[in-house]
Design a binder for this molecule. Sequence first.
Ligand SMILES: Cc1ncc(COP(=O)(O)O)c(C=O)c1O
Length: 475
Amino acid sequence: MKEASNYSANLTYQTDDFSRAISAVTKLLVDFIDRSRLSDGPVVNLKTVSDVTKALRLEQFVELAGGQGDPGILGEFVETYLPTLIRLNDPRFIGHQVSRPHFASALADLVNGMTNNGMAVYEMGPGPVAIERFVVQWLLGFVNWPDGGDGFLTHGGSLANLTALLAARGTFHPESWREGIDHRHVFLVPETSHYCLQRAICILGYGERNIRFLPTNDLGQIEVDQIESVFQAAVDEGNSPVAICANACSTPTGLYDDLKSIGEFAKQKSIWFHIDAAHGGSALVSQTHRELLHGIQFADSVVWDQHKLLQTSALCTAVLFRNPESLNRIFQQHASYLNTCNDDDFPNLFHQTIECTKVPIGLKFYLCLLAIGEQGLADFVDALFSRTEEIYRLISSRDGFVCRYKPQSNILCFQYRPEEFDPFAIRDQIIREGEFYFTRTELKGEKYFRFTVTSPETSNDIVSKLLDRIEETAG
Ligand SMILES: Cc1ncc(COP(=O)(O)O)c(C=O)c1O
């Protein structure tokens, strides 16, 4: 058995060890980021998981370290670990939709990791709660609901969409919490919604048969003219529509739905209007692009990820509600062991979130805001969107390449001689070579290459080289 003194030594931080570990790892990270920016080395090193496990020497490190808390070994392991990562700071990284984080946000991760304030109970994180409320108010300022609205932060768009739909159900059918669901409730969802929306509806206890898919045009945007017939068919079958959802923007194409028309429809039918703006909500901070979200004021709930376009490290998502009362309709529970001092002055946020213990995620965004400023964030969004438009022009003007639409955000789909080549096979081969990273998608049964431009440094030159590579790979 371990000596009590040894045991407690393992649990405490030795200031020197900590500083040494931090400075060793910081050096490694700075080098990693610098080399990524310069495209020095592969953007992704895609090996099988068993090869990666071997390369990481996980068991050997555990044996070698012996649980002694040696800061040297921590740095040594991080050095082994970094080459197994995809490099978001490399301008040849052109997808998925994860921000290359600002160091201010990473600093918040360190502070959060060291201080570990649980925060769902106010007493367990007064500062984090105050910051979260500030961040939510800051975001609400862009949504601009007449009565202000309210909301909270949660861990990612998927949990956020689930919580928003719980609020919709709790508003129209509060009895569901006690009695369970009524199978006549249906949800109107675009075919092109992110998979997490359909998943959320099923987690709520409904089945896929409770989802009524809204037809979309060739580009995956809701056909506004067809909403009425989908709604009416559901009602004629004896169902009760609860909510209609829209994309701002849609994950595969980055295109926005007509929020105003859909919102007016929801209002006219007195159903909940939910906007999944996980990706595209950040256009709100840009004076140039906020028009894309025209109609957001009709929404009852909006989901907006800061870790997609606002340089915040994952995860940081806001769930915003037009009516602050909605926050009280998500859950109907009490927990006496947590419910201390809960009033306006000492707010316990666990009443609203799926999480109990919650990382102070507001700090990750707040430090970014301090470092970059509101205008800086707007400039960043503008830079990504205009870079994507320039890339669109470049691709469209090149022989054999086809872009079916002008991008509205930083997501762009395109094809190469679509009648001859399978973009999925070409893309998979190219990313295995490690020089570029981009993604792929399907739209109405057609296959596309897909870019998410996350770095303003993704130049035309880089894209031209990638187009060359596509041509070569296609043979
Ligand atoms: C429109 C949309 N909604 C929801 C999500 C899921 O968000 P998260 O990855 O933060 O869970 C995504 C992710 O790509 C998305 O694009």
